[in-house]
Design a protein around this ligand. Structure first.
Ligand code: 8DG
Length: 181
């Protein structure tokens, strides 16, 4: 029996069978260039999500807070140094072939230091925030991206087939606030 991660906020979602699943924590950071209405995405070069454009992030390590994990992964994958990140929302993914739910904490950040560089994992490229390359992104992204842009906080849950493309069920709500780091 997996021990619940005390950093998990899965307890905030509707109390159903999925909430009782073990949750693995992930981060996802979108570096924004407000002046030019752009966001930095990276083409994932290996592993989970290979071939898709995405923000920067990965698994949260046991000894760090979720926010520390977000800043670390952003630096490792893009070379950008963020002093702080702003919460946007929470996404929960249930894949039909995976008994562990993915709990993804979504952030945006502004005015990063350093320069975006290609890394072993990601090839970075800027995109206009109102003309996103959704066809090359995860299937659910087109639904919650408007919340990132508006600044409204959100919680989404998506059930996906093992093909990692087909969404069989979804829930997406705006929330007034969410107590997560
Ligand atoms: N935009 C978007 N991002 C997603 C979705 N699902 C999903 O896991 N992600 C993000 C969360 C994480 O940032 C990333 C998955 O993390 P990862 O497997 O690359 O983690 P990692 O870098 O620690 O992996 P590794 O070094 O062990 O290979 O993908 C989704 O549906 N949409």
């Amino acid at each position: 029996m997996a021990v619940p991660d005390p950093r998990s906020v899965a307890r905030h979602v509707e109390d159903d069978a999925h909430r009782a699943m073990p949750h693995r924590l992930y981060t996802l950071v979108f570096p924004m260039d407000k002046a030019r209405h752009r966001v930095l995405l990276g083409m994932k070069k290996r592993g989970f999500g290979c071939g898709k454009l995405n923000g920067f992030g990965g698994k949260v390590e046991p000894a760090e807070t979720i926010e520390q994990g977000a800043i670390r992964e952003l630096a490792e994958e893009s070379g950008l140094l963020a002093a702080a990140v702003d919460k946007c929302g929470l996404l929960l993914f249930y894949f039909e072939d995976n008994p562990v739910a993915m709990e993804v904490h979504v952030y945006q950040t502004h005015g990063c230091g350093g320069a975006a560089v290609e890394t072993e994992e990601m090839r970075p490229e800027w995109f206009a925030v109102d003309n996103m390359p959704f066809d090359q992104m995860w299937a659910d992204d087109r639904y919650w991206w408007p919340f990132v842009l508006s600044g409204d906080k959100f919680v989404g849950r998506f059930w996906l087939k093992a093909d990692q493309v087909t969404i069989t069920r979804s829930e997406l709500v705006r929330v007034d606030g969410l107590d997560f780091a």
